[in-house]
Design a protein around this ligand. Structure first.
Ligand SMILES: Cc1cc2nc3c(=O)[nH]c(=O)nc-3n(C[C@H](O)[C@H](O)[C@H](O)COP(=O)(O)O)c2cc1C
Length: 279
């Protein structure tokens, strides 16, 4: 299924489909299962330095647990996206350094979670954002991604400019396309005047090709992935469908996307990324 292969932040991935950080990506067994059944990248649950018991959604065993897994997968050539949370800037930097050394291909800074927003407040000002991301950037060599909340308080343009200036390669954005958008996926069209259709689409439009956009939220089928790609996503992450269906959801969505691309005469997913037209 080369049709769904992609270069994300310069990393070669065999599929644009990947799991979202969290669901089925915390325990060793869960991560092995994902890597066994899916040929694309694997995203780890967000981790901090020592691990967390609360909040429940960020329960994790700490960076050493994930660094050991990252080293194993790096040795096998499996691309790993390691996700980071922290309650201080220094914690982010130390966790990032450890995961970078362990061989993670991409580091995803989780700035979308309330835990981070209430402790570090990365979007309180551009200085705060630049200080946090700039410090991590200065300490690690690998590709950087930032997971963004749908509403940061900054305009998509200024946020895209800030991330570009910080040499962030990837923005993970919400796939919050309105349910009533009248999309014809095959034709690559949507009814109505030109506008930002979602957080993903807004960031794609403002990034001028200098940021790769990953869409997360509500991706349950190849059709959902296809539409997210039309709105500018270079890759998509799957959360709830994994919880409901198990690790096989990733392969199913990849196969469905591949079949839709073939049906619409596309040799590569690259032909549809950001190609949505307004009619
Ligand atoms: C049980 C659970 C745990 C999650 N843990 C994390 C996490 O550790 N880090 C993170 O960035 N997002 C986390 N998320 C959010 C998901 O990565 C994703 O953004 C969200 O589920 C939306 O995607 P979906 O509509 O496909 O579920 C979690 C979500 C769920 C349901």
């Amino acid at each position: 299924m080369e049709r769904t292969s992609i270069l994300l932040g310069g990393c070669e991935l065999k599929s644009t489909i990947m799991n979202a950080s969290g669901p089925r990506s915390a325990e060793r067994g869960e991560i092995y299962e994902l890597t066994a059944v899916h040929r694309g990248a694997i995203v780890f649950k967000s981790c901090n330095m020592a691990g967390l018991d609360t909040p429940e959604n960020l329960k994790n065993a700490g960076v050493e647990h994930f660094a050991a897994l990252a080293s194993e997968f790096a040795a096998r050539g499996k691309p790993v996206i390691a996700s980071i949370v922290g309650s201080t800037e220094s914690e982010f930097v130390e966790v990032a350094k450890r995961l970078d050394r362990a061989g993670a291909a991409i580091l995803e800074l989780n700035l979308a979670d309330d835990y981070v927003r209430s402790s570090i407040a990365p979007f309180a000002s551009f200085e705060r954002l630049k200080s946090l991301v700039g410090r991590v950037r200065g300490e690690v060599g690998c590709v950087l991604a930032v997971k963004l909340p749908p509403k940061s308080g900054f305009s998509p343009r200024s946020l895209a400019d800030a991330l570009k200036s910080l040499r962030v390669a990837i923005a993970v954005c919400q796939n919050d396309l309105a349910k009533d958008a009248q999309v014809d996926a095959g034709a690559g069209t949507v009814k109505g005047p030109p506008r930002a259709l979602s957080h993903t689409h807004a960031m794609f439009r403002e990034s001028e090709g200098l940021l790769d956009i990953v869409a997360v939220g509500g991706i349950n089928s190849g059709g959902d992935a296809y539409v997210a790609h039309l709105t500018g996503a270079k890759a998509v992450q799957v959360g709830s469908a994994l919880i409901k269906e198990g690790a096989g959801a990733l392969g199913r969505i990849d196969r469905e996307l591949n079949a839709m691309l073939a049906e619409h005469g596309k040799d590569s997913v690259n032909q549809i990324i950001g190609a949505m037209k307004f009619i």
